[in-house]
Design a protein around this ligand. Structure first.
Ligand code: HEC
Length: 253
């Protein structure tokens, strides 16, 4: 028995050593153009990214306004379905996008579809009675809406943060650079964008700071390190501080 084990180990170990050098490495090349289903003209890239970022920020606020009701443990059905949310969101967006081009309108329609679906997907969680915090927040809605929007358009949205809670919001090198700049600027931080390459695809990357409001501090405020009601360590921020940003990457024709 011992002998068999020793023999099999001696056969396997060199294989493991070889494999570990090749595992977990980013594939070279990639991002073929077909991943990007929606593309905009270079001249429309900035305004499109602004529209997407603003829509997500406004959607977050529409949900934020409902948080009292959504976290009321005495209620069962909260009456905040995808349809109810989408109606409120659309009327908040109407004034913003009066002069959207047909391409931009189609992209916004797909974002609204994704945002509504994200809300629909959370109904079972939200309508539980007897529980206050059901792990549903504006940031979670925006993350999940962003995933579905991405699968239908190729457009990438993220909410990278100083201390991110969800792994998919881990900032990349560019986002760390912009976050550092925004954190230092605080309430003076201004959105910014630039053209870049994603593999072979030219994209426009846009970054819009997210500043904290007083109610956010229950989880993201002081004292730093104390556990919030969801079990994460508080970040130690004050109202007005930049916690993160909305990051949008739009493919350019
Ligand atoms: C009840 C605790 C709580 C409150 C209050 C809260 N957050 Fe968060 N925040 C979280 C959690 C948990 C996540 C991760 C959500 C996810 O993606 O599933 C998160 C995620 C985020 C993110 C994305 C980065 C990340 O950590 O993944 C941003 C940006 C953010 N919150 C900003 C805010 C702002 C702005 C407010 C106030 C309007 C706020 N939060 C209020 C708990 C909270």
């Amino acid at each position: 028995m011992k002998k068999i084990l020793l023999i099999s180990l001696s056969v396997l170990l060199p294989l493991c050593a070889k494999a570990s050098g090749d595992i977990g490495i980013a594939a070279k090349g990639g991002f073929p153009e077909y991943l990007f289903l929606e593309k905009v003209n270079e001249s429309e890239a900035h305004s499109t990214a602004v529209m997407i970022s603003k829509s997500l920020a406004i959607g977050r606020l529409v949900i934020f306004a409902q948080m009292g009701k959504l976290t009321d443990p005495t209620l069962g059905d909260k009456g905040f379905s995808g349809d109810v949310f989408a109606d409120q969101w659309k009327s908040a967006l109407e004034a913003e996008f009066m002069d959207a081009s047909p391409t931009q309108q189609r992209i916004i329609d797909k974002l609204i579809w994704a945002g509504k679906l994200s809300m629909d997907n959370n109904q079972d969680r939200l309508n539980v009675q007897g529980v206050k915090w059901k792990h549903f927040l504006p940031a979670k809605w925006a993350r999940e809406a962003g995933l579905m929007f991405n699968s239908r358009t190729g457009i990438v949205t993220k909410q990278p943060s100083v201390n991110y809670r969800h792994p998919s919001n881990a900032p990349d090198l560019k986002e760390i650079e912009v976050l550092t700049e925004f954190v230092n600027a605080g309430t003076e931080a201004k959105p910014k964008g630039e053209f870049a390459m994603m593999g072979k695809q030219k994209v426009y990357r846009y970054f819009d700071p997210i500043n904290l409001m007083p109610p956010c501090l229950a989880c993201h405020g002081k004292p730093k390190g104390e556990l919030d009601m969801l079990g994460f360590e508080k970040d130690g921020f004050d109202a007005g501080d930049v916690i993160g940003l909305i990051s949008v990457s739009v493919a350019v024709e």
